[in-house]
Design a protein around this ligand. Structure first.
Ligand code: SF4
Length: 334
């Protein structure tokens, strides 16, 4: 990933950090793409904010229910059971329990899913829903909203760090931005993992993510420092722990206070380079953002403008300034 001014940040910390891919591949529940695979013969394209993210990713559709041979249209499936591991049951007794078939569908596609950088799942589905899916303690009981779709649970179990998000939550600007940033970070991680972890590559990678991690969670930022303090042995295991930490920290959106913290630290790199008036303007803008008077993009734009003119490669290379393609405009309304 080049610096803000397009230059290479040099070998102080980038010596072995592979560039971020430009266009991650993500899985998606097929009905969200417009495929007419739902139980009622329809689709749910309207449940996915296509325009906002369509140009960022290549999508790989999956429909576990039609994938196991169920027809469209078909009788509905419900999660039924009391024991924390409910079964996915068709209301058609001749079809019955499809849990194992859906789990096998996920297992048979593990190699494909392993090539993905994220997954968008249809909310509320007994197959694809990520959380709060209706579960019936028994066939005649009222539903409680604590279930996980069988396919979603299988993907989560096999790929615990893969960024997953429900379609509905992507309508929320904060959650959408957080998910897209997480997908790009995971994609970046995967290309570096494919290149093979060395101590210097892992340090170089973390160097890029320091202020993004700090913005998300100051405590996790300190944990990462401790995790990578001594990399003489066990680099691959430490790398696995690091991605678990990073993905966990990035699971929820950055708070306003988290942004202010990261911005204040990055502003510090300008101290030696810009005059008092420019420093005051920068500080005032950060304060305006803290009070909700201006969007994040205004602050980032001024920060990037100053950084593009100074020799501060460490600050310039921070993913926090550039967590996803600028053309997506995901920070315009934060
Ligand atoms: S929610 Fe999942 S299983 Fe149901 S139609 Fe959509 S892709 Fe298929």
């Amino acid at each position: 990933m080049p610096n803000l001014d397009g230059s290479n940040p040099g070998n102080r910390f980038d010596v072995e950090c592979v560039d971020r891919p430009e266009r991650p591949r993500i899985g998606i529940s097929a009905c969200l793409t417009g495929a007419e695979v739902r139980y009622d013969g329809g689709h749910k394209r309207s449940s996915f904010p296509h325009n906002a993210v369509a140009n960022l990713f290549d999508f790989v559709p999956f429909c576990p229910e039609t994938g196991i041979g169920l027809p469209t249209p078909r009788p509905i499936i419900r999660l039924i059971g009391r024991d924390g591991a409910p079964r996915a049951m068709s209301v058609d007794p001749s079809v019955g329990d499809v849990t194992t078939a859906i789990q096998s569908f996920a297992a048979n596609r593990a190699a494909m899913i392993d090539e993905l950088d994220g997954f968008v799942l249809m909310k509320n589905s007994p197959s694809c829903g990520l959380e709060r899916v209706k579960r019936y303690p028994d066939e005649d009981a009222h539903a409680v909203r604590d279930g996980i779709g069988v396919f979603a649970a299988s993907v989560m179990e096999r790929f615990p760090h893969l960024p997953l998000e429900e379609s509905g939550r992507l309508f929320n600007l904060d959650w959408r931005e957080a998910f897209v940033a997480r997908v790009f970070a995971y994609a970046h991680w995967r290309v570096n993992e494919a290149a093979g972890w060395t101590a210097s590559r892992l340090i170089a990678f973390h160097s890029r993510y320091k202020y993004l991690l700090m913005a998300h969670a100051q405590g996790r930022y300190r944990d990462a420092g401790r995790l990578l303090a001594n990399l003489e042995t066990g680099v691959e295991a430490r790398a696995a722990d690091y991605i678990a930490l990073l993905m966990d920290a990035m699971r929820t959106p950055i708070s306003r206070g988290g942004h202010v913290n990261a911005l204040a630290h990055l502003q510090g790199y300008l101290k030696r380079h810009i005059d008092g008036a420019a420093r005051q303007e920068m500080a005032a803008l950060i304060d305006d953002f803290r009070r909700g008077a201006v969007p994040l993009l205004n602050v980032i734009t001024l920060l990037r403008h100053h950084l593009s003119r100074v020799d501060e490669p460490y600050a310039k290379a921070q993913v926090y300034l550039n967590p996803h393609p600028r053309a997506a405009g995901l920070r315009r309304n934060l």
